[in-house]
Design a protein around this ligand. Structure first.
Ligand code: DQA
Length: 147
C-alpha cells in the first residue's frame, strides 16, 4: 500500500487553543482525521507525526523520505520554516516530494515569516487556507504526483 506522511512541527499540538484568531478553533486531530479517511478512499495509508523537536522532525523526514512506498510528505514545519537550515538540508537529502503547508498566509504576516528556508527544496507551498491547506496538499499529491 502506498503511504503518505503528514508531519507537523512545533506548537501545532496546541491548535484549537493557540491563537485561534490566526489558526482557527479546530484541533490538529480535527484537521487530520478527514485527511486520513480521504487517503484510505484512494488506497493510501496516511500516518501523522507531530513533534516540537527539530531533531525528531529531521529523523522522521529521513525515515519516511527513504521509504519507497511513501509517495509524499505534507509538512507544516511551524516556526522551523523560517529558521532551520537543517530542516532544508533534510528535505534536500530525501527523494520523496515534500509539500510545505501553512494554516496562515505567512506572506501577509510579520516580515520574519516571509522567508521560508524550506520552500526552495519543497515540491510546492500552500499557505493561508487554514485546514484546507492540508486538503489541497493532499490533492496535489494524489493528482499532480500521479497516485
Ligand atoms: C504556521 C506559520 C508559522 O509562521 C508559525 O510559526 C506556525 C504555524 C502556519 O501553519 O500558519 O507555527 O506554520
Amino acid at each position: 500500500m502506498k503511504k503518505i506522511l503528514i508531519l507537523n512541527g512545533p506548537n501545532l499540538n496546541l491548535l484549537g487553543q493557540r491563537q485561534p484568531d490566526i489558526y482557527g478553533s479546530q484541533t490538529l486531530n480535527d484537521i487530520l482525521s478527514p485527511l486520513i479517511d480521504n487517503c484510505l478512499k484512494h488506497d493510501i495509508e496516511a500516518t501523522t507525526v507531530q513533534s516540537n523537536h527539530e531533531g525528531v522532525l529531521i529523523d522522521t523526514l529521513h525515515q519516511w523520505g527513504t521509504d519507497p512506498d511513501c509517495v509524499g510528505i505534507i509538512f507544516n514545519a511551524g516556526a522551523y520554516t523560517h529558521t532551520s537550515l537543517a530542516m532544508a538540508d533534510a528535505i534536500r537529502s530525501i527523494k520523496t516530494p515534500v509539500i510545505e503547508v501553512h494554516l496562515s498566509n505567512t506572506a501577509a504576516r510579520e516580515e520574519i515569516r516571509h522567508c521560508s528556508m524550506i520552500a526552495p527544496v519543497c515540491r510546492g507551498t500552500i499557505a493561508g487556507f487554514g485546514a484546507m491547506s492540508y486538503k489541497l496538499a493532499l490533492m496535489a499529491i494524489i493528482d499532480t504526483l500521479g497516485h
